[in-house]
Design a protein around this ligand. Structure first.
Ligand SMILES: Cc1cc2nc3c(=O)[nH]c(=O)nc-3n(C[C@H](O)[C@H](O)[C@H](O)COP(=O)(O)OP(=O)(O)OC[C@H]3O[C@@H](n4cnc5c(N)ncnc54)[C@H](O)[C@@H]3O)c2cc1C
Length: 158
């Protein structure tokens, strides 16, 4: 989620495949043979988290026993879950952020030394620059590498 939030613009919907590699349609059809008299939501909760099933029940008509569900009705639900659209209410902000988007435009800097093109002796490195890596070490690497490039240049020129 943290990784995905770097790409998300507030207010825009995101689409999730809640059934990745889960052939729910085939599984529910098979269950229908044996457990047709059971409540549909009980059988659905064998494949999805119970809280998600509770939420789905507020959005869709999930009433009835599994035997009441035709192939068409099952397929419609599965299609919806494969392309689940939602608009997040927001991010958790700086409280949990690990990296920020934006910063000093890279076009303003030398890519070899991080020195600003307009003001000799002024450098920007790391998080201050408009460089955003995936989580998992790339941001540290960028901070250290850009710092090293700058430090070497300062050592060579002073
Ligand atoms: C919770 C968390 C987890 C993270 N996990 C990862 C991870 O697993 N892998 C990864 O690659 N990246 C991770 N990051 C991102 C990574 O920490 C940053 O990208 C990296 O530390 C940036 O280095 P930096 O030196 O540019 O900036 P910073 O590390 O932010 O250093 C800036 C320094 O400047 C000081 N400072 C600020 N203003 C002033 C001032 N006016 N005068 C003097 N000093 C000042 C600050 O106190 C700070 O010490 C994480 C970040 C957070 C917040």
């Amino acid at each position: 989620m943290l990784q995905a939030s770097s790409y998300w613009e507030e207010g825009t919907p995101i689409s999730l495949d809640l059934l990745t590699q889960n052939d729910l349609f085939t599984k529910l059809r098979a269950q229908r043979q044996e457990y047709g008299r059971r409540n549909f939501t009980t059988e659905l909760a064998k494949h999805l988290p119970a809280r998600l099933v509770d939420h789905l029940a507020t959005q869709f008509d999930l009433s009835g026993n599994l035997a009441d569900w035709s192939d068409t009705r099952l397929q419609t639900l599965c299609d919806t879950l494969s392309n689940w659209e939602m608009i997040p209410t927001g991010t958790e902000g700086y409280r949990t952020a690990e990296v920020t988007l934006g910063g000093i435009d890279t076009d303003a800097l030398s890519s070899k030394t991080m020195e600003t093109k307009t003001t000799p002796g002024l450098y920007f490195i790391g998080e201050a620059v408009d460089v955003t890596g995936w989580l998992g070490g790339y941001n540290f690497q960028w901070a250290w590498s850009s710092a090293m490039a700058t430090a070497r240049h300062i050592a060579q020129t002073s």
